[in-house]
Design a protein around this ligand. Structure first.
Ligand code: ASP
Length: 351
């Protein structure tokens, strides 16, 4: 951690700054656009969309999924939809694909049945942000996060989030998938041999990660956690981001990572948008999405900003990022089969 802090402080230059060009909304998350940048000042840039399938996703096997998500997001913005509508549409494609740990493919918790999800979205033009955490029994958490944006709040959690979803018309849906069951069975076998049984309480108190003594590495055995994300720019040159997750592979009830935390898992502003994936606890401590955005807002090309962030994180703390700005697009992950970080993780660009 110390190493990351040092590396990250060096790269972000302590840039915990207030967004340039934005004045804070005074009336909650859905306040009228507060951006001081005028449309006339914007350079006309073509629509673009990027999607990622999580730091643990396999580029060879799952890129068709992120291709479809990026293509959907692009189709929405090309048809005149806003960047936010595009980012949401792309995220929904991945939430509905059970191969990804979000929405329908979300991880099952250690009790073998609970599924809790986190999601968020952000509009780079208005500064509006909406998030849900530890929400249960909904199909598309990112769409609930979008509806939070229209309330005076920015973040609703747990049972309150689920009840809010029902009030907003989201049907009861248990996002169970064979893929998540297979992941859970693997976790169970790894933790306890063949059965959870009486040993489960003891395992909760025991630092089994520290004591890991199999020849197969812990990461390899459990797989890496995942999240899905989508960033888009619309015809007007506005930016937005969406993100959704079923949480890390082994997660206690009620745990929340970076995904719904403002500036951590996603960030969007007048200069671009960013979506992350990886070790949520570490991403929060370094507000990775906001820091990458700040680098881009300072003029750095997205791929360079992504590169700097990824190089700051050792592979023990996996980190994947996608980003866009008026200087292009960037993406990659520090964890995966390839030594070339841009070749790791399923992530796609649609132009
Ligand atoms: N960042 C997510 C979390 O910590 C997991 C992931 O992206 O893989 O919940």
């Amino acid at each position: 951690m110390k190493t990351i802090s040092t590396r990250w402080a060096a790269l972000s230059g302590g840039m915990m700054v207030v967004l340039a060009g934005l004045t804070l909304p005074t009336m909650g998350a859905s306040a009228t656009p507060a951006v001081t940048t005028t449309l006339a000042a914007k350079v006309a840039l073509p629509p673009v969309a990027l999607a990622h399938g999580g730091s643990g996703s396999k580029r060879k096997l799952q890129k068709d999924g992120t291709d479809a998500a990026a293509a959907k997001a692009l189709a929405v913005v090309k048809a005149g939809g806003t960047a936010l509508e595009g980012a949401l549409a792309g995220t929904v494609v991945l939430e509905d694909d059970p191969r990804f740990n979000a929405g329908t493919g979300s991880n099952i918790r250690m009790d073998g049945k609970t599924i809790q999800m986190d999601a968020a979205c952000m509009d780079g033009t208005t500064g509006a942000f909406g998030a849900v955490a530890a929400i249960e029994r909904v199909k598309n958490p990112v769409l609930v996060a979008r509806q939070v944006m229209d309330t005076p709040h920015i973040f609703i959690v747990g049972d309150g989030a689920t009840r809010f979803a029902r009030a907003m018309g989201h049907a009861d849906f248990y996002p169970e998938s064979p893929q998540a069951h297979a992941r859970y069975e693997k976790v169970k076998r790894i933790l306890n041999g063949k059965e959870m049984g009486d040993a489960s309480e003891a395992w909760k108190r025991f630092n089994w990660q520290k004591a890991w003594n199999f020849t197969t590495g812990l990461k390899e055995a459990l797989g890496s956690p995942d999240t899905v994300g989508c960033v888009a720019r619309d015809k007007q040159g506005n930016y937005a981001a969406g993100i959704s997750t079923g949480g890390t592979t082994i997660t206690l009830y009620g745990r929340v990572g970076d995904v719904p935390i403002y500036g951590a898992g996603i960030f969007a502003g007048p200069k671009g948008s960013v979506a992350c994936t990886g070790e949520g606890e570490v991403i929060v401590k370094h507000l990775v999405a906001k820091s990458v955005y700040d680098l881009m807002a300072g003029g750095m090309a997205p791929q360079t900003a992504v590169n700097r962030a990824i190089k700051a994180f050792p592979v023990e703390f996996d980190l994947g990022i996608i980003a866009i700005s008026d200087k292009g697009e960037g993406g990659g992950c520090n964890y995966g089969e390839s030594k070339v970080y841009t070749e790791n993780m399923a992530w796609s660009i649609a132009r």
